[in-house]
Design a protein around this ligand. Structure first.
Ligand code: ADE
Length: 241
């Protein structure tokens, strides 16, 4: 099953360029994903292609008008013959996490709506948006980067996007734990040696060491995640020692 993304934006080039390299670019080339950047300006209803106007009630900045956004959305619905979920990127939304990425990866079509200026006319948001999502507690200049962040994270969960080797990292047992440290050649660099267990060729010991490192790192840097991680009773005891 293919995942089809439709991004409604005033900066379609940003989306196209941002997602056509590396693993996501490869998946699009293979046809596992499709990505359509819809220029909201193409749906402007005046000859100047204006899509924003002053806010009622006054105040700084401009507001994206309802009708071009609505027409861009309608065009995607007509083209797909469906009414996909519409994700509006906003700092006011639910905070994005791996769980939401996994849930959204089950959809066949997703629409991302990227705001700019001081926001989008509330009436069209009420009419078409199904999910308001934030990528974190900071304010960006537009929804394009957040939508690319989400597309990257969701796509990793779509079957076939990661190679077998790459997907080893997403095993459920290691969920909610941070990554263990990695080393490559040379064996010694700036006087620092690679941990000897990694050179031992003893796979079981390597696995155990990596697991312990993941648990220790998570305990140190993200104790909030550790509460959600699946640790064995033995591991919990070891950690308390
Ligand atoms: N638009 C501006 N800032 C944002 C954020 N942190 N998350 C999602 N959309 C945004």
């Amino acid at each position: 099953m293919r995942m089809n993304y439709h991004v409604l934006t005033l900066f379609p080039e940003m989306i196209r360029q941002g997602l056509n390299t590396s693993i996501i670019g490869r998946a699009i080339a293979k046809g596992i994903l499709s990505l359509e950047a819809v220029n909201i300006r193409d749906y402007a209803f005046n000859k100047h292609q204006k899509v924003d106007d002053y806010p009622y009630g006054g105040g700084a900045g401009m507001v994206m008008q309802a009708e071009p956004v609505y027409q861009a959305y309608k065009a995607v619905c007509d083209q797909t013959g469906k009414c996909p979920r519409v994700i509006y990127l906003t700092p006011q939304g639910r905070v994005f996490d791996q769980e939401l990425a996994r849930e959204l990866a089950k959809e066949e079509e997703l629409i991302f709506l990227c705001g700019h200026y001081e926001g989008i006319d509330e009436r069209v948001l009420e009419e078409i948006v199904t999910d308001q999502v934030s990528i974190g507690d900071y304010v960006l200049t537009g929804g394009e980067l957040p939508s690319m962040v989400m597309i990257d994270a969701i796509s990793r969960m779509v079957p076939g996007v990661l190679s077998n080797q790459e997907s080893g990292e997403t095993e459920s047992f290691s969920e909610n734990l941070l990554e263990y440290p990695q080393y490559s050649r040379p064996e010694e660099w700036h006087g620092c040696k690679v941990p000897s267990v990694l050179l031992s060729g003893h796979h079981k010991n390597v696995d155990q060491w990596r697991r312990e490192q993941s648990i220790l790192r998570t305990a140190k840097h993200r104790p909030d995640l550790l509460k959600k991680a699946e640790l064995t009773e033995k591991e919990r005891r070891w950690l308390r020692e």
